[in-house]
Design a binder for this molecule. Structure first.
Ligand code: CP
Ligand code: NVA
Length: 306
């Protein structure tokens, strides 16, 4: 039975650690992995826009010697009513893995059941597990490990937050999430993260006070206030989120060597100031680069070629 990667929770703690180590090796010695997937193909279907995910997957696949097939739903028969199941069944006859960026998580689950090749979640409304792999690698690189480090997320309790809750707990980190009331992450995800943290030695806290959350943070993280699909709420959200902006004052509440992360794209002046994203604590460009290295490791692992 092939493995899928629909949630960061699809990996055990050991598998996650192994995957991050493989990504670090693929980053340090890319030539050792060049051509490992020669003769293979990977389809990538995008039902939402993308810069980083699309390009980092395409380059990772090409550098591994495989053939990337980027597809937008509008140019597929999917856009004319063919089902995701039938699309998955057919693509499985041509390619060795399918990457999908979509809206409902259920669509990924349906695709994964119909496809006979591994399916990867390249972002859904519920999770962004590929992003979380890059985030954890960036923490590991800059802090010499993940265990015991504290990551503080400020802003909307969204897909990125859900993957961070599960991923940080699995990587034995302490995670604190501060959101405006009414924008908390989904309770089931928080409970699952708490359960994981209990066995990993990490911890999970969800609160509404951004100042309390920031104290002593090793990592400060934020994301857009209105995710893809929520654009119509942008104006009303802009009224409740300003207290959660990562600005210089929040940086000063954290550890002196705090590292600032953002999955990007960023809205400067909203969830993060230009001073911080362009400043000495920012690691966002390394974080974006790490998408490519972690996705190489993910594909090598899913296709049994590591
Ligand atoms: N962080 C991220 O997934 O960026 P894109 O939307 O550009 O792929
Ligand atoms: N939460 C954001 C992440 C973008 C990479 C969104 O879903 O739009």
């Amino acid at each position: 039975m092939e493995r899928d990667f629909l949630s960061i929770d699809d990996l055990s703690a050991e598998e996650l650690a192994g995957l991050l180590d493989l990504a670090a090796k693929a980053k340090a010695q890319p030539e050792d992995y060049a051509g490992r997937l020669r003769g293979k193909s990977v389809a990538m279907i995008f039902e939402k826009p993308s810069t980083r995910t699309r390009v980092s997957f395409e380059i990772a696949i090409a550098q591994l010697g495989a053939h990337p097939v980027p597809l937008s739903s509008t140019e597929l028969q999917l856009g004319r009513g063919e089902t995701i199941e039938d699309t998955g069944r057919v693509l499985s006859r041509y390619v060795d893995a399918i990457v999908l960026r979509t809206f409902e998580q259920e669509r990924l689950e349906v695709l994964a059941r119909a496809a006979t090749v591994p399916v990867v979640n390249a972002l859904s409304d519920f999770e962004h597990p590929c992003q979380c792999l890059a985030d954890l690698l960036t923490v590991q690189e800059r802090r010499g490990g993940t265990a015991g480090r504290t990551l503080v997320y400020l802003g909307d309790g969204n897909n990125v937050t859900h993957s961070l809750l599960l991923g940080c707990a699995k990587a034995s980190m302490h995670i604190r999430v501060a959101t405006p009331p009414g924008f908390e992450p989904i309770p089931q995800v928080v409970h699952r993260a708490e359960e994981i943290a209990e066995s990993s030695g990490g911890s999970v806290r969800v609160l509404n006070d951004p100042i309390e959350a920031c104290r002593g943070a090793d990592v400060l993280y934020t994301d857009v206030w209105a995710s893809m699909g929520k654009e119509s709420e942008a104006e009303e959200r802009a009224l409740v989120f300003p207290a959660y902006q990562i600005d210089q004052r929040k940086v000063e509440l954290a550890q002196p060597d705090v590292m600032v992360l953002h999955c990007l794209p960023a809205h400067r002046g909203q969830e993060i100031t230009s001073e911080v994203i362009d400043g000495p604590h920012s690691a966002v460009w390394d974080q974006a680069e790490n998408r490519m290295h972690t996705q190489k490791a993910l594909l090598l692992w899913l296709l049994g070629a590591f």
